[in-house]
Design a protein around this ligand. Structure first.
Ligand SMILES: CCS(=O)(=O)c1ccc(CC(=O)Nc2nc(-c3ccccc3)c(C(=O)c3ccccc3CC(C)C)s2)cc1
Length: 244
């Protein structure tokens, strides 16, 4: 890699991250005062389990759609086979949605930007998966503590997605070449900012991401058995394609 390449690589991943987030961090900061009233919380809590799951599945699908767009602009991703692109997105897109939460999580009052306002963990009570939601909130809190810059979030998101350990990859060596270039980009910007110690912490977080995603899949299996009609006919097609 000549320096020119790695700078160009980082610039294109950061640009693609910027273009695939609906809000800038400054906008989300300015919206922090928009918390839910008691009545609004009551409305969420009085939804039935399948109603709230359907609502969140739609939010999650929106968030995942943006991650799919982000992936397509990672240099080298589109050179992979269709099947390998799907295989990476199947397991990686949820993990990137979780990484991105540190942009819209408020550690002062433990709220997450959801449906245009900041919501606490109690808002998701009717999902009946309190352990998943509190684990997601704890993870968001932990990621906020790293105080990642937009560049670091962008490069880390790309690294989370381009993972050669994913199951059923056809051409692992090609995925490895893209992964190596993204790794090089992340180490390059961390070195430039004198934050090499972050690399180890980011790799530790990747293990937590995997456990969060398997917890999500476990809850989804439980929900689909309990509410087969909702899961099969009312969930967005992309959600079913990626998670079911
Ligand atoms: C990321 C781009 S952005 O411009 O910053 C942006 C753009 C748009 C938003 C608004 C938004 O989509 N917020 C969501 N909140 C949650 C959520 C819900 C429960 C608890 C914690 C967060 C979403 C979910 O997908 C979801 C649904 C059910 C269960 C678990 C999750 C969490 C995810 C991370 C797995 S989507 C926020 C930020």
């Amino acid at each position: 890699h000549s320096l020119r390449n790695v700078d160009e690589l980082c610039a294109s991943i950061v640009r693609s991250h910027r273009e695939t987030t609906q809000y800038r961090v400054e906008e989300l900061q300015a919206l922090r005062w928009k918390v839910l009233s008691r009545e609004e919380i009551q409305v969420y809590q009085s939804k039935s389990v399948d109603e709230m799951w359907q609502h969140c599945a739609n939010r999650l699908t929106d968030a995942v759609q943006y991650v799919v767009e982000f992936a397509k602009h990672i240099p080298g991703f589109r050179m992979l086979s269709q099947n390998d692109q799907i295989a990476l997105l199947k397991t990686g897109s949820m993990e990137v949605v979780l990484v991105r939460m540190c942009r819209y999580f408020n550690t002062e009052n433990n709220t997450v930007f959801f449906d245009g306002k900041f919501a606490g963990v109690e808002v998701f009570k009717s999902l009946a998966c309190g352990d998943l939601i509190s684990a997601v909130f704890d993870f968001a809190h932990d990621m906020c503590a790293l105080k990642l810059t937009e560049q670091q979030i962008a490069l880390f998101s790309a690294l989370v997605l381009i993972n050669t350990e994913r199951p059923c990859l056809e051409d692992r060596s090609r995925v490895q070449r893209v992964q190596r270039s993204v790794e090089f980009g992340l180490t390059h910007i961390l070195h430039r900012e004198n934050q090499e110690s972050l690399m180890h912490k980011l790799y530790q977080r990747m293990a937590v991401l995997r456990s969060l995603c398997s917890l999500h899949m476990e809850k989804l299996r439980w929900f689909s058995q309990r509410y087969p009609l909702t899961a099969h006919s009312l969930f967005p097609p992309l959600y079913k394609e990626l998670f079911a």
